[in-house]
Each structure stands twice: as structure tokens, then as C-alpha cells.
Design a protein around this ligand. Structure first.
Ligand SMILES: Cc1cc2nc3c(=O)[nH]c(=O)nc-3n(C[C@H](O)[C@H](O)[C@H](O)COP(=O)(O)OP(=O)(O)OC[C@H]3O[C@@H](n4cnc5c(N)ncnc54)[C@H](O)[C@@H]3O)c2cc1C
Length: 499
């Protein structure tokens, strides 16, 4: 056992897309700062950010129906869709900056143009989709979206989905070509390679076990080197807890008041993956449906063309389920271990409220292959059982907290929790997730480095020209940014070109 003391400016816990993004932003804004990373696994991007552990949708609200809820008066609320889209434009701008500056290369290895579609069946749902289309089609970022109820048109767009469809129910879809498939695993690895080349010290196989404040105001991490078995102590002025599902237990260890009365609700996931290349070739889109009644928003079914390792794949899911683990590589004791005296009431309240959801998730875990195939056949009527296998996706830990609507309320978004002095920040929650990493990490900088932000503003504007500007209110700027990022990221040939 060794007991080493090392001090640094910044420590990033976890080598997922969030730490990768924050590290890359900081290297541009404060290149002289020392940064260390501790990751318990053997390489970067192995948990939720891995390409097989998430759906790879560049979430821009082009097809996800849960971002446009119907209001009680029957109109469509598009505010969240606009917000999510604006956040994705921020990611596109930062990634373009990195490519333009030669800090990362070959953007086609992590982002590809791919039509995003919504597909619904039944009169009520068709009516909803039509209203959604009308509400969005005049907004700059949704221009180019097409709507059709014509089965012949749909056969053209999604032959695999229309083949063998016998139902006489009305059907409708929207399609927009400016969608993307993003390989967040590849992006994470590229960003860590870049950070390594900028002398960031990346420690794989290092698990953070404890976090404490020192008498001189630094944060001290107790870290176990999983290869040697040694325990090390590292100190930093600022720590970012980017542990994905593992962030909540680490945040609790800081003891900051902001970490109290927060709990986590873990949701597991499965994808069906097609192993028949002929079927894979017949489809070219991300097609999102509507969540079933009682199903949580993260289990909206979708059929996705994916580009993984330069190969086209076809995935369906996710089938959400219940598992007490906070990480895919976590422990069955994670959920119980996160219950503390300060959050027990919050957790119990959530347990009472979310009985139906928990029951739904447990039932989902128990589904047989044939039952899963039945759900898949709602998308691909002719799907054959032997063509489809299963991949276990990442864990999502949804935040539980006390809100105005009551104790123990389940949240479906992401939350940055930071200390009032800005010395520590943690990212909790999972949605919209990796797509909005740049915007969320800029929020971390705003919360934790308010004094530096004044000096950093020009550089941030260089990296993200729309920073601080509403794109929906500035259509010309949106078109300019959308066109230039499409070109820089190699999306423009297949994307609808805006001018
Ligand atoms: C099924 C599913 C589908 C999804 N689909 C999409 C999608 O289509 N589009 C989208 O944008 N987002 C999607 N997401 C969300 C997205 O994957 C996540 O938001 C994102 O990957 C989170 O990145 P992260 O860096 O916070 O966490 P992770 O990628 O999970 O990284 C956290 C890292 O921290 C490490 N770690 C944890 N604890 C410790 C410790 N104590 N010491 C050292 N290291 C530690 C872990 O090993 C891990 O490597 C999906 C997620 C899931 C689960």
C-alpha cells in the first residue's frame, strides 16, 4: 500500500463523453491547467457512452414524440423540442471547431447523416402527428420535414416497416433528412486521445473510493489502483464527477449540502440487434414510435440504422427494465447503498409513487424472446425470430428529488449539481444525454467558474458561435451554423442543404 499525495487543478472522474467534453473545453480555455482523469475501467467510453450501450441518436427533437407533448387544449407544446434542438446545434458547433482545428479527425467515424422519422398508427395518433408537424414545420430547425399518410410514400421511405403490414388502421409518418446517427463511443475515445496528446494524465483501472475536503479547501480523492491494489490520494482545486450512473454515490461522498435529499432510480435497457445483413440493408433511418401507456419516456420504441465500426447495423429498442445496478459494470447493492438518512424519505416517497413504473419495468425484464419479437413486429411485421439477437444496453439512473409537485419526484432530464463555491460539480440523470454534452458542460463552467467566464467568453464564441444566442429567434444565424457544421462534419451531401 502506498499513500501518494499529488495536487492538480482539475480532476475528472470517469472517462465517458461528459468528462471528455469538459476536459476538451477546458484544454481550449485554460491550456495551462493540469488535468487528471480517473476511470475504473480499462479504457474510455465503456459504460453508457459506448456505442452498443446507447441508441446513438443525435437528439435534436426531429423525431422524438415525447419532446412535443399535447397540451390539455389539444395544441402541441414545442418549447422542449426547440430547446433540445438548440442544444444539439451547440454540440455540432463544438465538434466542428475540434475538426477545423485538427484536434480530432475523420468526423465520419463518429457522426453520419441519417433521416429521422416519427411513425404512428391509429386515428388519434395520426391527428397528433399532423398537429406536431404543423407546429414545427415553420420553425427554422425543423424546415425540410415531410409528412405523409400515403402508404405508397411510406413504402418508399421505410420499405422494411411497410412490408407485410395488414392492419387497416390509419398510419402516418414524418421524415427529415437532417437527422444524425452519432457513435458516442468513438467520439469519447477520440476526445480522450486528443486530451492525452495535450498531456492530460489519464489513469485507467483507477477507481475513486472516497472524496473529502482538506483543511486548505482542496478536494482529496482516495483512489484505488485496480492493477496494483495500491491506494493513492490525489488532491485538486476542482473536481467533476462524470461517473455516469456512478455519479450519485460519489456526489454523496462529498457531503456538500446540494448532495442531500437526492436519490437515483436505475433503469436497465436491452436492444434487439439484427444479424441478417439483407434485412439490415433494407432500412435507412431512425424511426421513433410513441411510448405505450404506462411506459416511461426512455422506453419509446425505435428502429435505428446505426453505423458502428464502419458497418451498417440495425437495432430495435430499448426495452427498459429494472436492475438495482447504477452502472452496467456495477453491483446489485448500488441502489440500497445509495439510501442515506438524508434521502430515505425522498426515496420512500418515490417508491410509493412509482409502484406502477417499477412493476412495468420488472415485467419488461421478464419478457421472453418471442414477446420481444411481438413488439418488434409492430415495426417490422415480417421480422423473423432467428434474425434477431440481444445486446444489453447501458444503465440510466434517473434523478429522484423533492420538487414543488411533492417529495420523491422522478426526473427524466439531466441535472448539474454543484457546490455553492463551484469547487465540485456532478452530472446526474440521462436524457437527452450525450447529444447535449457540450451545452451541459458549458453549464458546469458557468456554475463553477463564473469569474473566468468573462475572460473565456471570446474563446467560447469562437468554438460555439451561437453561445448565448437564441437560434430560433435568429433564423439566419441558424442556417449559417447548420450549413457550416454540416460541411465540417461531412453531413452536407446527404443532408437537405439550407440556404
Ligand atoms: C439505453 C440508453 C440509450 C441511450 N440513447 C441515447 C441516445 O440515443 N442519444 C444520446 O444522446 N444519449 C443517449 N443515452 C444517454 C447517454 O448514453 C449518456 O447520457 C452518456 O453516455 C453519459 O455519459 P457520461 O460520461 O455521463 O457517463 P458514462 O459514459 O457512463 O461514463 C461514466 C464513466 O465513469 C466511470 N466511473 C463511474 N464510477 C467511477 C468511480 N468511482 N471511479 C472511477 N470511474 C468511475 C465509469 O466506469 C464510466 O466509464 C442513452 C443511454 C442509455 C443507457
Amino acid at each position: 500500500m502506498s499513500n501518494v499525495q499529488k495536487a492538480t487543478d482539475v480532476i475528472l472522474i470517469g472517462a465517458g463523453v461528459m468528462s471528455a467534453t469538459l476536459g476538451s473545453l477546458l484544454k481550449e480555455l485554460a491550456p495551462e491547467w493540469d488535468i487528471k482523469v480517473f476511470e475504473k475501467l480499462a479504457s474510455a467510453g465503456e459504460e453508457s457512452s459506448n456505442e452498443w450501450n446507447n441508441a446513438g441518436t443525435g437528439h435534436a427533437a426531429l423525431c422524438e414524440l415525447n419532446y412535443t407533448p399535447e397540451k390539455p387544449d389539444g395544441s402541441i407544446d414545442i418549447s422542449k423540442a426547440i430547446n433540445v434542438n438548440e442544444q444539439f446545434q451547440i454540440s455540432r458547433q463544438f465538434w466542428s471547431y475540434l475538426v477545423k482545428s485538427n484536434l480530432i479527425r475523420n468526423p465520419q467515424d463518429f457522426i453520419r447523416a441519417l433521416p429521422h422519422m416519427s411513425l404512428v398508427e391509429g386515428e388519434k395518433n395520426v391527428e397528433f402527428l399532423k398537429k406536431r408537424f404543423k407546429a414545427l414545420s415553420d420553425i427554422p430547425m425543423f424546415q425540410g420535414m415531410e409528412y405523409s399518410e400515403d402508404p405508397e410514400k411510406l413504402k418508399e421511405w421505410i420499405p422494411l416497416v411497410m412490408e407485410g403490414r395488414t392492419s387497416n388502421d390509419s398510419i402516418a409518418a414524418t421524415k427529415i433528412d437532417s437527422g444524425t446517427d452519432v457513435n458516442f463511443g468513438a467520439l469519447t475515445r477520440m476526445l480522450f486521445d486528443h486530451l492525452e496528446s495535450k498531456n492530460v494524465e489519464i489513469n485507467y483501472n483507477h477507481s475513486v473510493k472516497d472524496i473529502n475536503r482538506t483543511s486548505d479547501g482542496l478536494w482529496e480523492l482516495k483512489v484505488q489502483n485496480l492493477e496494483s491494489g495500491n491506494t493513492e490520494y490525489h488532491t485538486a482545486k476542482f473536481i467533476f464527477i462524470g461517473g455516469g450512473g456512478g455519479s450519485l454515490p460519489l456526489l454523496q461522498k462529498t457531503g456538500i449540502p446540494e448532495s442531500k435529499r437526492i436519490g437515483g432510480f436505475p433503469v436497465s435497457g436491452l436492444f434487439m440487434v439484427c444479424n441478417n445483413p439483407e434485412v439490415v440493408e433494407k432500412h435507412h433511418a431512425k424511426v421513433y414510435g410513441k411510448a405505450k401507456v404506462g411506459a416511461p419516456p426512455m422506453s419509446v420504441p425505435h428502429l435505428d440504422t446505426r453505423f458502428i465500426d464502419n458497418k451498417k447495423s440495425l437495432l430495435f429498442g430499448p426495452y427498459a427494465g429494472f436492475s438495482p445496478k447504477f452502472l452496467k459494470t456495477g453491483s446489485n447493492m448500488d441502489l440500497i447503498g445509495s439510501v442515506k438518512p438524508n434521502n430515505v424519505i425522498t426515496m420512500l416517497a418515490a417508491g410509493m409513487k412509482e409502484m406502477a413504473l417499477t412493476k412495468y419495468l420488472i415485467e419488461q425484464v421478464m419478457l421472453s424472446h418471442e414477446k420481444r419479437m411481438e413488439e418488434l413486429r409492430e415495426f417490422i411485421p415480417n421480422a423473423k425470430s432467428e434474425d434477431w439477437g440481444i445486446v444489453v444496453a447501458g444503465q440510466r439512473v434517473q434523478v429522484i428529488k423533492d420538487t414543488d409537485t411533492g417529495k420523491g419526484t422522478l426526473q427524466f432530464g439531466t441535472e448539474v449539481v454543484s457546490a455553492s463555491d463551484g469547487s465540485v460539480a456532478a452530472l446526474l440523470g440521462a436524457s437527452p444525454g450525450a447529444s447535449t454534452a457540450v451545452n451541459v458542460m458549458l453549464e458546469v463552467l458557468e456554475k463553477c467558474f463564473p469569474e473566468q467566464m468573462f475572460n473565456w467568453k471570446d474563446k467560447i464564441k469562437e468554438m460555439v458561435p451561437s453561445y448565448g444566442v437564441s437560434l430560433v429567434d435568429n433564423p439566419e444565424l441558424f442556417h449559417e451554423i447548420h450549413t457550416s457544421t454540416a460541411k465540417m462534419l461531412g453531413l452536407s451531401e446527404k443532408e437537405r442543404v439550407y440556404s
